[in-house]
Design a protein around this ligand. Structure first.
Ligand SMILES: CCCCC/C=C\C/C=C\C/C=C\C/C=C\CCCC(=O)SCCNC(=O)CCNC(=O)[C@H](O)C(C)(C)COP(=O)(O)OP(=O)(O)OC[C@H]1O[C@@H](n2cnc3c(N)ncnc32)[C@H](O)[C@@H]1OP(=O)(O)O
Length: 179
């Protein structure tokens, strides 16, 4: 990480700690309630710049025998670190994401993710996150996976060339929540 990073303020529009965060896009595979095949993650604001996310590890997320697929875990980290960027009040996309898979995560577990912005320079937003199993046979305080991400702030027009590929009219596009 560069050493000239700054931290954004926690904005007035951000919910109080424990408050639900809106979806960023209702057709999102990670969090959208207009995406039946998706992962239906939910998010709440934490203290300071922290954001929490929850994922129930469904049977269909299996990778190795009885455990979560690493790609699914990567989606969850992408999502929660993207949501941590919501304090910026504008859109971001992932430029780089890295994951450390520290412990096996059994199917049926409920994972809690905590993420935050560690610093920014120009359009670059450096984030980190960790996951714990909060429900299930191996639940505990152990960190089961960690992640670092680089997000780039973008203009909303970034998505304009892709508009024709959206699968139908979103029922409830930006700024909605299934909570
Ligand atoms: C997915 C929908 C998101 C919708 C968001 C809408 C509203 C929501 C509001 C808040 C967000 C809330 C929640 C988001 C939740 C979940 C997020 C999921 C996010 C995703 O899942 S999103 C899909 C995967 N993602 C992509 O689809 C990106 C494809 N990609 C590109 O579109 C370009 O690649 C882009 C835009 C990344 C950069 O392109 P660009 O031309 O704008 O910028 P440029 O190249 O000039 O780089 C500027 C500075 O970043 C450095 N830099 C760039 N890339 C780097 C890399 N990889 N590693 C290290 N440094 C990198 C350069 O070195 C330079 O650094 P320096 O300033 O020091 O010179």
């Amino acid at each position: 990480m560069p050493d000239d990073l700054t931290l954004p303020p926690r904005p007035d529009f951000f919910p109080a700690p424990g408050g639900a965060l809106p979806q960023h896009w209702s057709k999102c595979f990670g969090c959208g309630d207009d995406q039946p095949a998706g992962m239906a993650m939910t998010f709440t604001a934490g203290e300071g710049l922290e954001v929490s996310g929850r994922l129930t590890v469904a049977q269909r997320y299996q990778g190795g025998p009885g455990v979560i697929h690493g790609g699914i875990l990567s989606v969850a980290f992408d999502e929660v670190q993207g949501m941590a960027c919501m304090v910026l009040g504008g859109p971001v996309v992932t430029g780089h994401l890295e994951i450390d898979f520290a412990r096996p995560i059994p199917l049926g577990s409920v994972l809690e993710f905590r993420a935050r912005i560690d610093g920014m320079v120009r359009r670059k937003v450096y984030t980190s996150a960790e996951a714990r199993i909060v429900e299930g046979p191996t639940a505990g305080d152990t960190v089961v996976a960690t992640s670092r991400g680089l997000f780039l702030t973008i203009k909303p027009e970034h998505f304009a060339p892709m508009a024709d590929f959206v699968d139908g009219v979103p029922v409830s596009p930006f700024g909605t929540s299934s909570l």
